[in-house]
Design a protein around this ligand. Sequence first.
Ligand SMILES: Cc1ncc(CN)c(N)n1
Length: 227
Amino acid sequence: MLSTQLKQDAEQFIDEIYGDDFIQGLINEDIDHASLIHYLQADALYLEEFANIYAMLISKTTSKDMMEYLLEEMRFILGGEVEAHEVLARAVGKPYAEIIKDGEWYPSADHYIKHMYYNAYAKENIAFTLSAMAPCPYIYQKLAEKAMAQNVFQENHQYRGWFEFYSSNIDETADVMFNAIDKEAENMNDDEIGLLRKNFRESAEHERRFFNMAMTREHWAGVDMNV
Ligand SMILES: Cc1ncc(CN)c(N)n1
């Protein structure tokens, strides 16, 4: 099954991201607040676009079950995931709404978001977009599970809630995406399946870049946003 291959492909990225500074900084509680703020600003906008892309997929599917799933996920991403963001905002010590008001699509986030939009606009079959979206729930879930398995988070650990949230809330999200990808892949040729795999791997790398973007507080250099 293609999803077995995709999950195998993801492993390398999960290990790399786990060892990178963002996740280690959360585990060790020594991540700097400026990086958390940068992450929250970028991620609030990323999630908004993720919800918009779900809406685009609703118009492309004829399956009622898939429509219901997409609607439910839209609601979750617009409301539920704020809970994970609130954990980080509390550590920063500022209201979440105040933190995110100045964000923009920093370069790595911009690239990731446009990778998903490209597939939503260019491809009629939703499996192409889903293959670019699936690393989002899947990689966070695996990172959180790994962190919970390898560390003991005391009651007062500042980021415990973040890991708990992603290790327990998004199981089904990734599963439904993988099932839909597998179903569509049954009727695809090798080139198309290769593209699904490429989309997935690219997004897995985007996930890594997104975290690292926060650590370096990446910005557009030489682009005056007020012009
Ligand atoms: C960039 C990114 N990727 C994944 C997730 C988890 N939904 C997230 N919040 N942000």
